[in-house]
Design a protein around this ligand. Sequence first.
Ligand code: HEM
Ligand code: NAG
Length: 502
Amino acid sequence: MIAAAGSLVAAIWAALHLQTLLLAVVTFLFLADYFKSRRPKNYPPGPQRLPFIGNILHFNKKQPHLVVQQLVKKYGNVISLDFGVKFSVIVSTLPLIKEAFTQLEENFMSRPILPFQNFVFNENGLIFSSGQTWKEQRRFALMTLRNFGLGKKSLEQRIQEEAQHLVEVIKEEKGQPFNPHFKINNAVSNIICSITFGERFEYHDSQFQELLRLLDKAVILSSSKMVRFYNIFPWIMKHLPGSHQTALATWRQLKSYISDVVENHRRDWNPDEPRDFIDAFLTEITKHSDKTTTSFNEENLICSTLDLFFAGTETTSTTMRWALLYMAVYPEIQEKVQAEIDRVIGQEKQPSLTDRDSMPYTNAVVHEVQRMANVVPLNVPREVTVDTTLAGFHLPKGSILQTNLTALHMDPNEWATPDVFNPEHFLENGEFKKRESFLPFSMGKRACLGEQLARSELFIFFTSLVQKFTFKPPVNEKLSLNSRIGVPISPVSHHLCAVPRL
Ligand code: HEM
Ligand SMILES: *[C@@H]1O[C@H](CO)[C@@H](O)[C@H](O)[C@H]1NC(C)=O
């Protein structure tokens, strides 16, 4: 009896203890969350946050951009949001974006470390690295891109040859409806593959198609809600099933593919005759092998190559798909492009970059495609590395800076018809006109590394295709200009007819 009472008391004690302990833990978590998220003085305004998850529920709706539009209206051009990871500041006007990327640039040169990206890249490579690693990798990548452009075959020539292949494979469709997605992906990707892997892939190569599908899947899944939750609660989400797991697995597959390519390169590597980016990197690794502080190691080789592969494929190929779609939707604009091509280049000669200066209309169309496509709407986030004042607001060290490129590309004060595709935005008296509010590649020292390459590809691919085909919607079909969720923003899956012009 006494023993039973004793154990009952002990049980109650234990339960109480457990309760107290739980209470203490919960109180501690709330306090920690409170202190972690206290807004510093002069902090940019923004909506009230919830404990732990911040403002994430604000975005739990179908149209996140409309939510933010309301917030921008209410709070102004510099607003703060909390996605549960770190404070994020979103800047939305040209003067402030320019200030951030010129005078204040040194304070925003790093990338924030988010658990998801960190799991895949661990601060290696080009896009998600910072500090010394970033400096070395970026300098090396730029130099190597330039060198392989100056080699036996110039980059321009490679793009021209690839454009020819693309024309051939589209010709096979005989003007019937087809989905241009993976053919264009393949063409665009081949340019970066020839630089990094030293080879291009045939359009019927099923293994390469599989790789491109993998890349497409990785990119789509990475902007899923589950990945956002992973970034807030990595230690819980790690153990839960969901699309974040598929995303992680897909990135792992991509890395292991690159790693195999690297192994193959090692086997027949000749340091005196570098064939591509990977060979040049292998030379760099041996050069630095005695140093411990170098970023020239296997992990950076794989991550930088993967960065070039995915940054160089998805953005450019998505923009190309928008370009063809806009031509099919605006036949009168396509006719004007074709008239200019026929006048300046003719129907036989292969378009080249030197033609661009004599083709203001086509050049304006390509720019307008990039403005409307707006494939990287919020730029790539930067980290605030020291306490900084921007527009009178205090941005504390460690917060995330996002710049709203959509606000520039759709600014009603800058563009005559912001919501309508209109090449006149980039024309003045028949001449091409540069526009300041056009920053698809961002600006400053950390702007897109592939801007020159991307612009060459867009011009040559686009001109070569429109020279040979007229793009049309399938009979009795209306094409949609709606976009698919995810970055880059891409058109929803569609079919086009490429009717040969001759
Ligand atoms: C239409 C095509 C493209 C668009 C719209 C685009 C856009 C961008 C943007 C907005 C950034 C972020 C810049 C910043 O943080 O300020 C970026 C970074 C980057 N892009 Fe592109 N890009 C395109 C094509 C390419 C190509 C073809 C390559 C391949 C060489 C490439 C490689 C990179 C790399 C490596 C970075 C990271 C740079 C760094 O963090 O230092 N991009 N791009
Ligand atoms: C960016 O600006 C556009 C246009 O002003 C607006 O619709 C959008 O909601 C803004 N997005 C963010 C995240 O600030």
